[in-house]
Design a protein around this ligand. Structure first.
Ligand code: ATP
Ligand code: MG
Length: 373
């Protein structure tokens, strides 16, 4: 748990952060958002003591951070900045090992960890571990930046606009990978952005800041439904139009669903998922009738090369009809931590999929119009 208690900070007599108090629970994903200069980066950097507050206290697990040994504090907090910040003269493996090395891990442990991390984001060790940053794309470098921050298994991760410089598709993929890793590893994360769509997609709680104050701290859904100040509405650029209570799954689903035929072979399916950057696909039969899903873990662990995917299809995914209430999909994704819900028509054909991203997009479109975010 991270607690901000009455934190203030001024530069040259000008108040930048005013009596900030809020709490971040273990495993929570917090997004700090607000106009440029409102104090997001300052707030973030106070957590790992890159910036010192004038007054107030920050406690991590009830311990005042100023009382902790600085190296100890920083090696327990992963930190990712916007400009990637990989060391150009170090290979990917060396970059990832920076903190483990500081912590004096043995070579074998370090090597194992590098392999394990690269695998998590689908950068094969053999191909990437010995590359230098300038031999990779921006998205790949940013992945390595995230892995480096995660290398020593820190309980806390700080990220300052890490995906700002990426193209929308890469950014989308990395957002999904990050959220996935964060949930799997249960890392308490504080993420700075000025992009509302990104905030809605990633956050458990959004902290909206303006001029060094918290204007509203709420879940994405609550902030979308009840923005408490004009600055928040302005920030999203539009005005509240209609209630979302009446929306159905059919209205908020994404229709370009990645699907595979149940006769498809294991390796082909793996390749397809790799190339699309996804970790699961919906399985249908020849008539587009829903059969279940397959995920990459099952394919890798239980799939037999040369055989079809038929015996590893899972049926534990939530399906809803197009007529079902959108709120059911939201609840499923929010509370049961499902990554997505599959939408079927009354003949059990797959017509769409609902993810946190598609909910965010459709909610903001409904509330603020087409050109939002
Ligand atoms: N070292 C410094 N000396 C003086 N003023 C500073 C210093 N660092 C930050 N500031 C001021 O503090 C305010 C908050 O800065 P901060 O970097 O936290 O903003 P931000 O919300 O991260 O903005 P952005 O979205 O542009 O990154 C700004 O007005 C900035 O000019
Ligand atoms: Mg900033």
């Amino acid at each position: 748990m991270i607690e901000f208690q009455h934190i203030s900070k001024s530069y040259h007599g000008k108040p930048i952060i005013n009596d900030l108090s809020f709490t971040i629970h273990d495993g929570e994903f917090i997004v700090l958002i607000g106009p440029s200069g409102c104090g997001k980066t300052t707030t973030l950097k106070m957590i790992n003591r890159l910036i010192t507050m004038d007054s107030g206290k920050i406690l991590i697990d009830n311990e005042d951070i100023t009382k902790k040994d600085l190296t100890d504090l920083r090696t327990h907090i992963g930190y990712v900045i916007q400009q990637i910040g990989l060391f150009p003269n170090m290979t990917v493996a060396q970059n990832i090992s920076v903190v483990p090395k500081l912590l004096k891990w043995g070579k074998e442990d370090m090597d194992k960890r590098v392999r394990e991390l690269l695998e998590m984001v689908d950068l094969p060790y053999e191909e990437y571990a010995h590359k230098y940053p300038n031999e990779m794309s921006g998205g790949q470098q940013q992945r390595v930046g995230v892995l480096r921050a995660l290398a020593a298994r820190p309980p806390v991760l700080l990220m300052d606009e890490p995906f700002g410089a990426l193209d929308p598709i890469t950014r989308d993929t990395l957002q999904e990978e990050l959220k996935d890793l964060q949930q799997k590893l249960n890392i308490t994360t504080v993420f700075v952005t000025h992009d509302m769509e990104e905030a809605i997609k990633l956050a458990d709680q959004i902290v909206f800041m303006d001029k060094g104050d918290i204007v509203q701290m709420d879940s994405p859904e609550e902030m979308l439904r009840n923005p408490k100040a004009d600055i928040i509405r302005q920030f999203m650029g539009k005005h509240t139009k209609q209630n979302t209570i009446e929306l159905t799954c059919g209205e908020i689903m994404k229709t370009n669903v990645l699907k595979v035929d149940n006769k498809r072979k294991v390796l082909e399916s793996l390749e397809l998922m790799r190339s699309k950057g996804t970790d699961s696909v919906v399985v249908v039969d020849k008539t587009n009738t829903y059969m279940g899903i397959v995920n990459i873990d099952d394919l890798q662990k239980r799939g037999i090369p040369g055989q079809s995917i038929e015996n590893i299809i899972r049926n534990d995914v939530i399906t809803l009809s197009t007529e079902a209430h959108a709120k059911e999909a939201m609840d499923a994704i929010q509370n049961q931590r499902a990554d997505f819900v599959v939408v079927l028509n009354d003949k059990q054909k797959v017509v769409g999929i609902i993810t946190k991203g598609s909910i965010a997009r459709s909610l903001s479109t409904t509330l603020w119009g087409e050109n939002n975010v």
